[in-house]
Design a protein around this ligand. Structure first.
Ligand code: SF4
Length: 450
Protein backbone atom coordinates (compact mmCIF):
# COMPACT_ATOMS: atom_id res chain seq x y z
CA UNK A 1 0.00 0.00 0.00
CA UNK A 2 1.29 3.43 -0.84
CA UNK A 3 0.49 6.26 1.50
CA UNK A 4 -0.37 9.60 -0.01
CA UNK A 5 -1.89 12.67 1.47
CA UNK A 6 -5.08 14.41 0.52
CA UNK A 7 -6.26 17.57 2.22
CA UNK A 8 -9.87 18.29 2.75
CA UNK A 9 -11.26 21.45 4.10
CA UNK A 10 -14.23 21.52 6.44
CA UNK A 11 -17.48 22.31 4.76
CA UNK A 12 -18.11 25.36 6.87
CA UNK A 13 -14.88 27.08 5.83
CA UNK A 14 -15.43 28.89 2.60
CA UNK A 15 -13.92 32.25 3.28
CA UNK A 16 -11.04 33.06 0.99
CA UNK A 17 -9.51 35.85 3.01
CA UNK A 18 -6.97 35.04 5.69
CA UNK A 19 -8.27 34.76 9.21
CA UNK A 20 -6.54 35.86 12.37
CA UNK A 21 -4.02 33.48 13.86
CA UNK A 22 -6.17 32.60 16.88
CA UNK A 23 -8.74 31.09 14.55
CA UNK A 24 -6.29 28.54 13.27
CA UNK A 25 -6.38 26.47 16.40
CA UNK A 26 -10.15 26.20 16.13
CA UNK A 27 -10.08 25.41 12.44
CA UNK A 28 -8.82 21.90 11.99
CA UNK A 29 -9.49 20.98 8.42
CA UNK A 30 -10.25 17.55 7.08
CA UNK A 31 -7.47 15.72 5.35
CA UNK A 32 -7.35 12.37 3.66
CA UNK A 33 -4.57 9.85 3.64
CA UNK A 34 -3.58 6.39 2.48
CA UNK A 35 -3.70 5.41 -1.13
CA UNK A 36 -3.67 2.06 -2.83
CA UNK A 37 -2.22 1.50 -6.26
CA UNK A 38 -3.61 -1.71 -7.67
CA UNK A 39 -2.72 -1.21 -11.33
CA UNK A 40 0.22 1.05 -10.98
CA UNK A 41 2.12 1.21 -14.26
CA UNK A 42 5.54 2.62 -13.52
CA UNK A 43 6.02 1.26 -10.00
CA UNK A 44 5.47 -2.29 -11.23
CA UNK A 45 8.10 -1.77 -13.83
CA UNK A 46 10.53 -0.33 -11.33
CA UNK A 47 10.02 -3.23 -8.98
CA UNK A 48 10.67 -5.63 -11.83
CA UNK A 49 13.94 -3.91 -12.56
CA UNK A 50 15.06 -4.29 -9.00
CA UNK A 51 13.96 -7.87 -8.95
CA UNK A 52 15.95 -8.58 -12.06
CA UNK A 53 19.12 -7.93 -10.08
CA UNK A 54 20.46 -11.13 -8.50
CA UNK A 55 19.71 -11.33 -4.77
CA UNK A 56 18.50 -7.72 -4.78
CA UNK A 57 16.57 -7.27 -1.57
CA UNK A 58 16.76 -3.54 -1.25
CA UNK A 59 17.79 -0.39 -3.03
CA UNK A 60 21.02 -0.40 -1.05
CA UNK A 61 21.97 -3.81 -2.38
CA UNK A 62 21.00 -2.78 -5.89
CA UNK A 63 23.32 0.21 -5.68
CA UNK A 64 26.22 -1.87 -4.46
CA UNK A 65 25.70 -4.50 -7.13
CA UNK A 66 25.61 -2.06 -9.99
CA UNK A 67 28.91 -0.50 -9.03
CA UNK A 68 31.71 -1.37 -11.45
CA UNK A 69 34.91 -3.13 -10.38
CA UNK A 70 37.59 -0.73 -9.20
CA UNK A 71 37.06 2.93 -8.46
CA UNK A 72 33.53 4.08 -9.22
CA UNK A 73 33.90 7.03 -11.55
CA UNK A 74 30.22 7.77 -11.83
CA UNK A 75 28.94 11.07 -10.48
CA UNK A 76 26.76 10.97 -7.35
CA UNK A 77 23.81 11.88 -9.59
CA UNK A 78 24.42 8.85 -11.78
CA UNK A 79 25.01 6.56 -8.83
CA UNK A 80 22.22 7.61 -6.53
CA UNK A 81 19.61 9.76 -8.27
CA UNK A 82 19.28 8.52 -11.80
CA UNK A 83 15.91 7.09 -12.88
CA UNK A 84 14.44 4.71 -11.85
CA UNK A 85 15.87 5.78 -8.51
CA UNK A 86 14.19 8.75 -6.93
CA UNK A 87 14.98 12.27 -8.05
CA UNK A 88 16.94 14.80 -6.03
CA UNK A 89 15.25 16.14 -2.93
CA UNK A 90 15.77 19.28 -0.91
CA UNK A 91 17.35 17.00 1.70
CA UNK A 92 19.88 15.86 -0.91
CA UNK A 93 20.93 19.43 -1.56
CA UNK A 94 21.10 20.64 2.02
CA UNK A 95 22.40 17.59 3.90
CA UNK A 96 25.92 18.10 2.52
CA UNK A 97 25.89 21.49 4.29
CA UNK A 98 26.71 19.52 7.46
CA UNK A 99 29.43 17.41 5.85
CA UNK A 100 29.40 16.58 2.19
CA UNK A 101 31.63 13.55 2.60
CA UNK A 102 29.43 12.18 5.36
CA UNK A 103 26.45 12.43 3.05
CA UNK A 104 28.39 10.67 0.30
CA UNK A 105 29.32 7.86 2.69
CA UNK A 106 25.68 7.66 3.81
CA UNK A 107 24.42 7.33 0.24
CA UNK A 108 27.13 4.81 -0.62
CA UNK A 109 26.33 2.65 2.37
CA UNK A 110 22.55 2.99 2.69
CA UNK A 111 21.41 4.49 -0.61
CA UNK A 112 19.51 7.14 1.34
CA UNK A 113 19.64 8.97 4.63
CA UNK A 114 19.19 6.34 7.32
CA UNK A 115 16.19 6.92 9.59
CA UNK A 116 17.50 6.89 13.14
CA UNK A 117 15.19 6.37 16.14
CA UNK A 118 15.53 10.13 16.78
CA UNK A 119 14.42 10.89 13.24
CA UNK A 120 11.45 8.53 13.60
CA UNK A 121 10.45 10.31 16.77
CA UNK A 122 10.81 13.64 14.93
CA UNK A 123 8.49 12.34 12.21
CA UNK A 124 5.84 11.64 14.85
CA UNK A 125 6.07 15.24 16.05
CA UNK A 126 5.65 16.47 12.47
CA UNK A 127 2.65 14.20 11.96
CA UNK A 128 1.06 15.51 15.13
CA UNK A 129 1.57 19.09 13.98
CA UNK A 130 0.07 18.24 10.64
CA UNK A 131 -3.07 16.83 12.21
CA UNK A 132 -3.60 20.13 13.98
CA UNK A 133 -4.30 21.59 10.55
CA UNK A 134 -5.52 18.66 8.47
CA UNK A 135 -7.32 15.46 9.25
CA UNK A 136 -5.96 12.54 7.32
CA UNK A 137 -8.43 10.37 5.38
CA UNK A 138 -7.62 7.50 2.96
CA UNK A 139 -8.09 7.70 -0.80
CA UNK A 140 -7.59 4.81 -3.23
CA UNK A 141 -5.67 5.43 -6.43
CA UNK A 142 -5.49 3.15 -9.46
CA UNK A 143 -2.66 4.53 -11.54
CA UNK A 144 0.59 6.32 -10.95
CA UNK A 145 -0.98 9.39 -12.60
CA UNK A 146 -3.77 9.25 -9.99
CA UNK A 147 -1.15 9.14 -7.29
CA UNK A 148 0.59 12.22 -8.66
CA UNK A 149 -2.74 13.88 -9.19
CA UNK A 150 -3.44 13.42 -5.51
CA UNK A 151 -0.15 15.02 -4.59
CA UNK A 152 -0.89 18.05 -6.76
CA UNK A 153 -4.44 18.15 -5.44
CA UNK A 154 -3.01 18.27 -1.92
CA UNK A 155 -0.92 21.28 -2.84
CA UNK A 156 -4.01 23.03 -4.19
CA UNK A 157 -5.95 22.29 -1.02
CA UNK A 158 -2.96 23.31 1.08
CA UNK A 159 -2.86 26.71 -0.63
CA UNK A 160 -6.59 27.14 -0.09
CA UNK A 161 -6.17 26.20 3.56
CA UNK A 162 -3.48 28.85 3.83
CA UNK A 163 -5.70 31.51 2.31
CA UNK A 164 -8.69 30.45 4.40
CA UNK A 165 -7.04 30.00 7.78
CA UNK A 166 -3.76 31.89 7.54
CA UNK A 167 -1.60 28.80 7.82
CA UNK A 168 -0.92 25.41 6.28
CA UNK A 169 1.51 22.61 6.98
CA UNK A 170 3.41 20.05 4.93
CA UNK A 171 3.16 21.88 1.62
CA UNK A 172 4.87 19.86 -1.11
CA UNK A 173 6.71 21.58 -3.93
CA UNK A 174 8.81 20.78 -6.97
CA UNK A 175 11.44 22.60 -8.91
CA UNK A 176 14.04 22.12 -11.59
CA UNK A 177 17.63 23.19 -10.95
CA UNK A 178 20.38 22.51 -13.48
CA UNK A 179 17.92 20.32 -15.36
CA UNK A 180 17.37 18.17 -12.27
CA UNK A 181 13.98 17.72 -10.63
CA UNK A 182 14.04 18.70 -6.95
CA UNK A 183 11.26 17.81 -4.54
CA UNK A 184 10.61 19.02 -1.01
CA UNK A 185 7.97 19.66 1.63
CA UNK A 186 7.73 22.92 3.58
CA UNK A 187 6.83 22.27 7.20
CA UNK A 188 4.76 25.40 7.69
CA UNK A 189 3.59 28.34 5.58
CA UNK A 190 1.88 31.17 7.37
CA UNK A 191 0.73 34.77 7.01
CA UNK A 192 2.23 35.54 10.41
CA UNK A 193 5.65 37.17 10.30
CA UNK A 194 7.95 35.43 12.81
CA UNK A 195 10.22 38.47 13.30
CA UNK A 196 8.70 41.90 12.74
CA UNK A 197 11.93 43.71 13.58
CA UNK A 198 13.90 41.80 10.96
CA UNK A 199 11.09 42.29 8.46
CA UNK A 200 11.11 46.04 9.07
CA UNK A 201 14.87 46.28 8.62
CA UNK A 202 14.71 44.24 5.43
CA UNK A 203 11.99 46.44 4.01
CA UNK A 204 13.97 49.52 4.89
CA UNK A 205 17.08 48.24 3.16
CA UNK A 206 15.02 47.20 0.16
CA UNK A 207 13.62 50.69 -0.22
CA UNK A 208 17.11 52.14 0.10
CA UNK A 209 18.50 49.95 -2.62
CA UNK A 210 18.83 52.17 -5.64
CA UNK A 211 19.64 49.29 -7.90
CA UNK A 212 16.65 47.22 -6.93
CA UNK A 213 16.00 44.52 -9.46
CA UNK A 214 12.85 44.64 -11.46
CA UNK A 215 10.51 41.75 -10.89
CA UNK A 216 10.84 40.65 -14.48
CA UNK A 217 14.58 40.29 -14.03
CA UNK A 218 14.14 38.09 -10.98
CA UNK A 219 11.52 35.73 -12.35
CA UNK A 220 11.02 35.99 -16.09
CA UNK A 221 7.49 34.95 -16.94
CA UNK A 222 6.77 31.96 -19.14
CA UNK A 223 3.44 31.40 -20.78
CA UNK A 224 0.05 32.84 -19.92
CA UNK A 225 0.34 31.95 -16.23
CA UNK A 226 3.43 34.09 -15.89
CA UNK A 227 1.78 37.26 -17.10
CA UNK A 228 -1.18 36.76 -14.76
CA UNK A 229 1.27 36.35 -11.96
CA UNK A 230 2.89 39.67 -12.80
CA UNK A 231 -0.34 41.57 -13.07
CA UNK A 232 -0.81 42.20 -9.35
CA UNK A 233 1.84 44.63 -8.20
CA UNK A 234 0.60 45.05 -4.61
CA UNK A 235 0.60 41.85 -2.56
CA UNK A 236 -1.89 42.05 0.26
CA UNK A 237 -0.50 39.29 2.41
CA UNK A 238 3.01 38.06 2.71
CA UNK A 239 3.64 34.45 3.49
CA UNK A 240 6.45 33.21 5.70
CA UNK A 241 8.19 29.85 5.66
CA UNK A 242 9.06 27.83 8.75
CA UNK A 243 11.05 24.66 9.11
CA UNK A 244 10.48 22.59 12.24
CA UNK A 245 13.40 20.71 13.76
CA UNK A 246 13.04 18.39 16.72
CA UNK A 247 15.67 18.13 19.45
CA UNK A 248 16.46 15.45 22.00
CA UNK A 249 17.72 17.93 24.60
CA UNK A 250 16.60 21.45 25.38
CA UNK A 251 19.67 23.19 23.96
CA UNK A 252 19.37 25.05 20.68
CA UNK A 253 21.82 24.73 17.79
CA UNK A 254 24.09 27.62 16.96
CA UNK A 255 26.90 28.58 14.60
CA UNK A 256 27.70 26.03 11.88
CA UNK A 257 24.93 23.73 13.12
CA UNK A 258 22.38 26.23 11.81
CA UNK A 259 23.76 26.26 8.31
CA UNK A 260 21.87 23.26 6.87
CA UNK A 261 18.48 24.59 7.98
CA UNK A 262 19.30 28.06 6.69
CA UNK A 263 20.16 26.59 3.31
CA UNK A 264 17.03 24.44 3.42
CA UNK A 265 14.70 27.36 4.02
CA UNK A 266 16.40 29.47 1.38
CA UNK A 267 15.96 26.63 -1.10
CA UNK A 268 12.25 26.38 -0.23
CA UNK A 269 11.96 30.14 -0.71
CA UNK A 270 13.47 29.92 -4.17
CA UNK A 271 11.52 26.82 -5.26
CA UNK A 272 8.21 28.26 -4.11
CA UNK A 273 8.92 31.56 -5.88
CA UNK A 274 9.83 29.83 -9.10
CA UNK A 275 6.79 27.56 -8.93
CA UNK A 276 4.50 30.56 -8.40
CA UNK A 277 6.23 32.38 -11.24
CA UNK A 278 5.40 29.41 -13.47
CA UNK A 279 9.01 28.98 -14.49
CA UNK A 280 9.13 25.30 -13.53
CA UNK A 281 8.78 23.15 -16.63
CA UNK A 282 6.16 20.58 -15.67
CA UNK A 283 7.13 18.31 -18.56
CA UNK A 284 10.63 17.88 -17.08
CA UNK A 285 9.02 16.68 -13.87
CA UNK A 286 6.52 14.38 -15.59
CA UNK A 287 9.19 12.94 -17.90
CA UNK A 288 11.50 12.29 -14.97
CA UNK A 289 8.84 10.11 -13.38
CA UNK A 290 7.68 8.59 -16.64
CA UNK A 291 4.19 10.00 -16.23
CA UNK A 292 1.66 10.49 -18.99
CA UNK A 293 0.46 14.00 -18.27
CA UNK A 294 -2.36 13.74 -20.83
CA UNK A 295 -3.94 10.55 -19.48
CA UNK A 296 -7.22 11.21 -17.67
CA UNK A 297 -7.37 10.21 -14.02
CA UNK A 298 -9.22 6.99 -13.34
CA UNK A 299 -12.97 7.17 -12.76
CA UNK A 300 -12.52 5.49 -9.40
CA UNK A 301 -10.05 8.16 -8.31
CA UNK A 302 -12.41 10.96 -9.28
CA UNK A 303 -15.23 9.06 -7.58
CA UNK A 304 -13.12 8.61 -4.44
CA UNK A 305 -12.50 12.34 -4.29
CA UNK A 306 -16.14 13.12 -5.04
CA UNK A 307 -17.19 10.97 -2.10
CA UNK A 308 -15.46 13.58 -0.02
CA UNK A 309 -16.84 16.51 -1.92
CA UNK A 310 -17.96 18.34 1.20
CA UNK A 311 -14.45 18.41 2.51
CA UNK A 312 -12.96 20.81 -0.01
CA UNK A 313 -12.64 24.48 -0.46
CA UNK A 314 -13.33 25.30 -4.07
CA UNK A 315 -13.31 28.33 -6.30
CA UNK A 316 -16.14 26.82 -8.34
CA UNK A 317 -19.89 27.31 -8.23
CA UNK A 318 -21.25 26.14 -4.89
CA UNK A 319 -24.20 24.40 -6.56
CA UNK A 320 -21.86 21.86 -8.18
CA UNK A 321 -20.20 19.19 -6.06
CA UNK A 322 -16.86 20.82 -5.42
CA UNK A 323 -14.19 18.24 -5.95
CA UNK A 324 -15.84 16.28 -8.74
CA UNK A 325 -16.52 19.46 -10.65
CA UNK A 326 -12.95 20.65 -10.40
CA UNK A 327 -11.35 17.28 -11.02
CA UNK A 328 -13.57 16.70 -14.04
CA UNK A 329 -12.46 20.02 -15.45
CA UNK A 330 -8.82 19.29 -14.66
CA UNK A 331 -8.70 15.53 -15.08
CA UNK A 332 -5.15 15.13 -16.33
CA UNK A 333 -1.83 15.94 -14.72
CA UNK A 334 -1.26 18.78 -17.19
CA UNK A 335 -4.59 20.38 -16.37
CA UNK A 336 -4.29 19.88 -12.63
CA UNK A 337 -0.79 21.36 -12.72
CA UNK A 338 -2.24 24.47 -14.41
CA UNK A 339 -4.86 24.72 -11.68
CA UNK A 340 -2.11 24.47 -9.09
CA UNK A 341 -0.19 27.31 -10.78
CA UNK A 342 -3.34 29.45 -10.76
CA UNK A 343 -3.76 28.76 -7.05
CA UNK A 344 -0.13 29.60 -6.41
CA UNK A 345 -0.48 32.88 -8.25
CA UNK A 346 -3.57 33.75 -6.22
CA UNK A 347 -1.61 33.06 -3.05
CA UNK A 348 1.71 34.49 -4.19
CA UNK A 349 0.88 37.23 -6.68
CA UNK A 350 4.41 38.69 -6.75
CA UNK A 351 7.91 37.74 -5.63
CA UNK A 352 7.49 40.15 -2.70
CA UNK A 353 4.64 38.02 -1.39
CA UNK A 354 7.11 35.47 -0.05
CA UNK A 355 8.62 37.11 3.01
CA UNK A 356 12.39 37.13 3.20
CA UNK A 357 12.21 36.42 6.91
CA UNK A 358 12.71 32.69 7.36
CA UNK A 359 12.19 30.79 10.57
CA UNK A 360 13.64 27.60 12.04
CA UNK A 361 11.55 26.41 14.96
CA UNK A 362 12.90 23.91 17.47
CA UNK A 363 10.61 21.50 19.23
CA UNK A 364 11.08 18.82 21.82
CA UNK A 365 11.30 15.36 20.34
CA UNK A 366 9.58 14.05 23.43
CA UNK A 367 6.36 16.06 23.46
CA UNK A 368 6.58 18.47 20.52
CA UNK A 369 6.66 21.57 22.73
CA UNK A 370 8.43 24.62 21.31
CA UNK A 371 11.97 25.03 22.66
CA UNK A 372 12.82 28.16 20.72
CA UNK A 373 13.32 29.55 17.26
CA UNK A 374 15.73 31.46 15.13
CA UNK A 375 15.04 33.78 12.24
CA UNK A 376 17.24 35.00 9.43
CA UNK A 377 16.92 36.68 6.07
CA UNK A 378 16.85 35.07 2.65
CA UNK A 379 20.07 35.91 0.85
CA UNK A 380 19.91 35.16 -2.84
CA UNK A 381 23.67 35.30 -3.39
CA UNK A 382 24.48 33.03 -0.45
CA UNK A 383 21.78 30.60 -1.53
CA UNK A 384 22.76 30.42 -5.19
CA UNK A 385 26.46 30.10 -4.41
CA UNK A 386 25.72 27.21 -2.09
CA UNK A 387 23.41 25.37 -4.49
CA UNK A 388 25.73 25.92 -7.44
CA UNK A 389 28.62 24.43 -5.48
CA UNK A 390 26.54 21.45 -4.30
CA UNK A 391 25.35 20.74 -7.82
CA UNK A 392 28.98 20.62 -8.96
CA UNK A 393 29.53 17.80 -6.51
CA UNK A 394 26.32 16.00 -7.49
CA UNK A 395 27.28 16.24 -11.15
CA UNK A 396 30.75 14.85 -10.43
CA UNK A 397 32.56 18.05 -11.36
CA UNK A 398 34.46 17.98 -8.08
CA UNK A 399 35.24 15.63 -5.20
CA UNK A 400 33.24 15.53 -1.98
CA UNK A 401 34.71 17.64 0.81
CA UNK A 402 34.89 16.85 4.52
CA UNK A 403 34.65 19.39 7.30
CA UNK A 404 37.10 22.19 7.99
CA UNK A 405 39.27 22.03 11.10
CA UNK A 406 36.99 24.56 12.87
CA UNK A 407 34.12 22.09 12.55
CA UNK A 408 36.09 19.00 13.54
CA UNK A 409 33.59 18.45 16.37
CA UNK A 410 31.31 16.93 13.71
CA UNK A 411 33.79 14.07 13.23
CA UNK A 412 33.38 13.15 16.89
CA UNK A 413 29.75 12.19 16.28
CA UNK A 414 30.18 10.74 12.80
CA UNK A 415 29.66 7.03 12.22
CA UNK A 416 32.19 7.09 9.38
CA UNK A 417 34.99 8.73 11.38
CA UNK A 418 37.08 5.56 11.67
CA UNK A 419 37.58 5.07 7.97
CA UNK A 420 37.16 8.65 6.79
CA UNK A 421 40.00 9.48 4.41
CA UNK A 422 39.46 13.22 4.80
CA UNK A 423 39.71 13.04 8.58
CA UNK A 424 42.79 10.80 8.44
CA UNK A 425 44.44 13.21 6.00
CA UNK A 426 43.58 16.22 8.18
CA UNK A 427 44.95 14.41 11.23
CA UNK A 428 48.18 13.63 9.40
CA UNK A 429 48.46 17.24 8.23
CA UNK A 430 47.87 18.59 11.68
CA UNK A 431 50.37 16.13 13.22
CA UNK A 432 52.96 17.13 10.61
CA UNK A 433 52.35 20.82 11.36
CA UNK A 434 52.71 20.18 15.07
CA UNK A 435 56.00 18.36 14.53
CA UNK A 436 57.19 21.14 12.27
CA UNK A 437 56.39 23.75 14.90
CA UNK A 438 58.20 21.66 17.51
CA UNK A 439 61.20 21.32 15.24
CA UNK A 440 61.22 25.04 14.46
CA UNK A 441 60.88 25.81 18.13
CA UNK A 442 63.82 23.48 18.87
CA UNK A 443 66.00 25.31 16.33
CA UNK A 444 65.16 28.64 17.91
CA UNK A 445 66.10 27.26 21.32
CA UNK A 446 69.38 25.97 19.95
CA UNK A 447 70.11 29.33 18.34
CA UNK A 448 69.42 31.12 21.60
CA UNK A 449 71.79 28.82 23.45
CA UNK A 450 74.68 29.48 21.03
S1 SF4 B 1 34.64 11.97 9.88
FE1 SF4 B 1 34.34 14.18 9.71
S2 SF4 B 1 35.03 14.70 7.64
FE2 SF4 B 1 34.74 12.48 7.70
S3 SF4 B 1 32.69 12.16 6.98
FE3 SF4 B 1 32.54 12.27 9.19
S4 SF4 B 1 32.11 14.41 9.65
FE4 SF4 B 1 32.82 14.32 7.55
Amino acid sequence: MIIRKAWFICQNIRVRTPVIQSQISRTRCLRLKSTTTSRSRTPNRLVARHRSLPNAKSTTIAIEETQPDGPDLRSPLERFRQAPKKALSVTDIISPAWCELQYFYTLSKYGRKKATPAMKQGTKVHQKLETEVHEVVPVDVQTVEDRWGLRIWNVIQGLRTLRATGMTRELELWGVIDGQVINGVIDEVSYTCPDLELEASLEKSTVEMSNQKKITEMFPAQGAGGSAWLSQPHPVNKIYLTDVKTRVGRSLPKGPSLRPMQMQLMLYHRLLGELAANTVAADVLFNRYNLDAKTPFSDSFIAAISDLEGGFISESDDSVPLSISELSQHNTLNQLWSLMITELQLTIPTTDAIGRVLQAEFRSQKDGSVLGNTTFAYDDTVHRTFVEDEMKWWKGEREAKGVDIEEAFKCGICEFAKGCEWRIKKLEESTAKFRERRRASGKVDTALKT
